[in-house]
Design a protein around this ligand. Structure first.
Ligand code: NOJ
Length: 548
């Protein structure tokens, strides 16, 4: 089968609120994004995944949508959205919209109407239940943002279900009228020429609330196939589902093209490696490369024959890649480059989260008052009330809180990092005078230019896109190494993910009297034989000589 454009693509994620503020109100906007398209063209990305820009009361920064077919006033207008699609298109960049249909905002007209009367035609768009026998919530299901997943509605005497904030009521996907309304809306956007959808928590839409099944419900894949037929079929677009529950085998169900569901999913098994088994993200565990490689290799193997992987270190819900997996201090630049190299060498579609391409780090705010994220603030309150110490919670927030990735993009060394004229809605990273886009563009050895070269390399080297993956040095605690092979060509990807010099005996598969270096950020290797010495966070991709 001919390969799809999105298999050879690199996607850049924009969190609009934090990207660029053109109108000086402290909040990023569409005009700001349009003004930075040349920058993204220079970087070389093929698509932008745009986190939600729809009309929204912003309880969860836009993941609470009150009108799917309009733009939030603070971000701009529908006309600007159309300009963005067109202007990006002129540069060969497609716009992938965020599809948030597990829930709406409580200000969406469907919910407003549903709440106004039990007879509303929209009542069954949402999930309502009678109180439990004690008059309290129907059961003890919890919201991801803290507290009960049930909210009482005094007017009707019933509870509605919400897996996220109480201002994000869940849609009832057992109701066919919901499917039709969502499909219609998706087609409206697709007809505008967008490049596809990133589907927010899509593994939750097949839920069976009364059985307390939320993720990966029995109807899920059927709903996705139906969605595909009603909206995506016949269109050359990409879809990527956010699926925290996916196993490698499950990911194959979603992404096997023969099943006509999605192009790929975001899986999180590699992310949760650094979370505490019991306390979750609020208690961080150190990054351990051997376990991490095992996870990556399992996913690479499971999707080798059918299906496709997404590849990412970070997004708007996760900490900065360098802070989590690299070295924020002395080796910030080297570790950012090494992490990028070993990720972009894998089989799958790489996603770059805004700021990753200049090696941004977590902000480490001192006070809880500097944080803005609803999840962080709710969980801080809930866990402190349950006896957790302030210090422990702050350590968890600094390690894994979502605001780590949401500080304003630093464009230059001017006030507010050039993000906009007004003080931004969240404090900038304190280091913006040194770590910013202008400085990165001016320095040929910057993290930015390394990303640019890596992205270019995927365009030139089909073996990086479609080649088979073969892991090497599985048990090495510091080095990530693998082969990518296609039609007799053999590429080796090698990265020392530690701040130490490392020397190792080369495995036979890597021996090559001559190599052609495709990318390196220390000296370009000329050959690989005998022993290999790697500097701190040194990484490279080379083509090995064909076997004799
Ligand atoms: C996942 C999104 O990435 C996150 O930011 C959001 O809060 C939840 N889904 C709810 O929409």
């Amino acid at each position: 089968m001919q390969r799809k454009w999105w298999q050879g693509a690199v996607v850049y994620q924009i969190y609009p609120r934090s990207f660029c503020d053109a109108n000086g109100d402290g909040v990023g906007d569409l005009a700001g994004i349009i003004g930075k398209l040349d920058y993204l063209e220079t970087l070389g990305v093929d698509a932008i995944w745009l986190s939600p820009v729809y009309r929204s009361p912003m309880d969860d920064n836009g993941y609470d949508i009150s009108d799917y077919q309009d733009i939030a006033a603070e971000f701009g207008t529908l006309a600007q959205m159309e300009t963005l699609i067109a202007e990006a298109g002129r540069r060969g960049i497609r716009i992938v919209m965020d599809l948030v249909v597990n829930h709406t905002s409580d200000e969406h007209p469907w919910f407003v109407d549903a709440k106004a009367s039990k007879d509303s035609p929209y009542r069954d768009f949402y999930i309502w239940r009678q109180p439990g026998p004690d008059g309290g919530p129907p059961d003890d299901q919890r919201s991801y943002f803290g507290g009960s997943a049930w909210e009482y509605d005094a007017a009707s005497g019933e509870y509605y279900f919400h897996l996220f904030s109480r201002r994000q009521p869940d849609l009832d996907w057992e109701n066919p009228a919901v499917h039709e309304a969502v499909h219609r809306m998706m087609n409206w956007w697709l007809d505008k020429g967008i490049g596809g959808f990133r589907m927010d928590v899509i593994d939750l839409i097949g839920k069976e609330v009364d059985k307390q099944i939320t993720a990966d419900g029995p109807c899920l894949h059927g709903l996705l196939r139906q969605m595909h037929e009603a909206t995506l079929a016949g269109r050359d677009v990409v879809t990527v589902g956010e699926t925290w529950s996916a196993t490698p085998e499950g990911a194959r169900l979603y992404s096997d093209p023969a099943r006509r569901e999605l192009s790929m999913v975001f899986s999180f098994e590699h992310v949760t490696q650094t979370w505490d088994a019991e306390h979750g993200k609020w208690r961080s565990r150190p990054f351990e490369l051997v376990a991490f490689k095992r996870v990556v290799s399992r996913w690479q193997a499971a999707l080798a024959e059918a299906g496709w992987n997404s590849l990412f270190w970070s997004n708007h819900d996760l900490p900065r890649a360098v802070s989590k997996y690299g070295d924020e201090g002395r080796f910030r630049v080297e570790s950012a480059k090494a992490l990028a190299t070993v990720l972009h060498g894998l089989r799958g579609t790489p996603y770059v989260y805004q700021g990753e391409e200049i090696g941004l780090v977590n902000p480490r705010f001192d006070s809880i008052d500097d944080y803005r994220d609803i999840e962080t603030l709710n969980l801080y309150r809930e866990r402190i009330a349950a006896g957790e110490t302030h210090e422990a919670m702050m350590a968890g927030i600094r390690a894994n809180g979502r605001d780590n990735a949401r500080t304003p993009m630093p464009w230059d060394a001017s006030e507010h990092g050039g993000f906009g004229k007004a003080a931004p809605w969240i404090r900038p990273n304190p280091d913006y005078a040194e770590v910013n886009v202008a400085a990165a563009l001016a320095d040929p050895d910057s993290v930015f230019h390394h990303y640019r070269r890596l992205i270019r390399l995927r365009k030139d080297e089909e073996a990086l896109v479609l080649g088979d993956y073969r892991p090497l040095l599985d048990e090495h605690p510091e080095v990530f190494a693998y082969l990518r092979t296609l039609g007799g060509r053999r590429l080796a990807v090698v990265g020392n993910l530690s701040p130490r010099d490392v020397e190792l005996a080369l495995p036979a598969e890597l021996e090559s009297a001559r190599v052609r270096c495709l990318i390196a950020h220390y000296d370009a290797p000329q050959s690989l034989s005998g022993r290999l010495a790697l500097r701190p966070y040194e990484a490279f991709i080379v083509e090995l000589a064909p076997p004799p």
